[in-house]
Design a protein. Sequence first.
Length: 467
Amino acid sequence: MSGPMALEPGGTEQDTLALRLAGTPVRGRRGDDHTLALRLPGHGPDEEAVSRLAAELADCIGPAVHPYEVAALLEAEGMSADLIRERYGHPSLFSLATALYEQVPRAFPEPARAADPWRPDHVRCLLRGVLFALPGLAYLLTAPLWHPGRHATALIVAGLVSWAWGQALGHRAHLRMAGGRREAARTLLAGAPVGAALATAAAVPSADGGPVILAAAAQSLYLAAAGVLLVLARERPLLAALTPLIAGAAVLPWWEPGPLLRAGLPLLALGATLAVTGHALHRAHAAPAAPDGRRPRLQWSLPYGLFGLAAGLLVLLEGRREPYAVIVLTVSMGPAEWLLYRYRGLSVAALRRAATPAGFLLRSAAVLGLCLLAYLVPLLPAALLTGAEPAALLLLAATLWTALLLQAFGAAWPPAAICLTAAGAACTAAFLHLPPGPLALPLCCGAAALCLVACTLRLLGRPARHA
């Protein structure tokens, strides 16, 4: 019999059951269609084959939340309806998917932990801290030749101009770096000589003679060239260029090099630095041009220059009180940069764990406190060893690091305004001998640090800043 059979009025229920066992659709008295309800022995699902398939696909079936997901997986495996009927004894894809879904227990593995996008380069950060301090060896070598203590004003003025110009130029070059190293090289090539010339010219009115102007010019040229290399991430060539300076300072405790070497070694290091800078700019300029060459506005870099000026004034005032404190602060800039990266990485991790904005704010405050402690605690024994006043050094360090943190997130005007205000108040109190006298700088730095921490929590305590 090939077609559907009609159950005659005289047919019995046993006849109907026999037809169903034979696999033939049956039309009832009312004309309803009844599908196959039972199968003959030996034609049911092959449980062993289904179990083997479940074991093979357990890792993919376990995370499924509905049999339809298993059905999509089977379709992706290329299982046809004929294969499912012949090999596994199931009438359809969804029947087999349901059996697999029920047989495999639910298992939801933990998602893979994402890599930290802000993992710092430990060696590079340490090297940058050393490079910030090494130029001071030049003053140690050349001091007997021209007595820099008597002509400090010219060098200080030139240094402040170089700091301010270098901060603004570095920011602009980093903005141009988004369009390629060639665009950044053009910006540095155009701006670095101008900054060196301006710094040298600023030193001329307070210079007493030619040697002082030459010293200011050499200082300005080095700061401009070193700034270019640091922006282009060429720390190792800069360290190699300073080798003559390091060697000359290393032999001073045991041997007097004489006037020729005292002047020649710093000049050799300066020449090597300029040569390395020229090579780095040439290589960067040879890079492919970017399709989008839009130039950022000059005023975008203005607050970075103002912050450089304010930071220079604050460090200068601390250096007048405790000269060794400047060395400690300079060397700490490498770890400070490392902690800026760690703050960003820890903030991203906090964002993943926080469930509410208030929860993220608390975690963000904890991350800020942890990073500040990690930066300031090592400075305490350094201050005690060098004889510097710990409170003033730590408050100044906290001010500088928090300001750099805000700048790293593009919030440049608040740290510039706060640091300029603090520097102006401290300078006024120092030069006019206003009360509270020696406590003016620590008080100004403390107030600035509190304001900067408040700004940091307000601006960086929002999840959108870290998304």
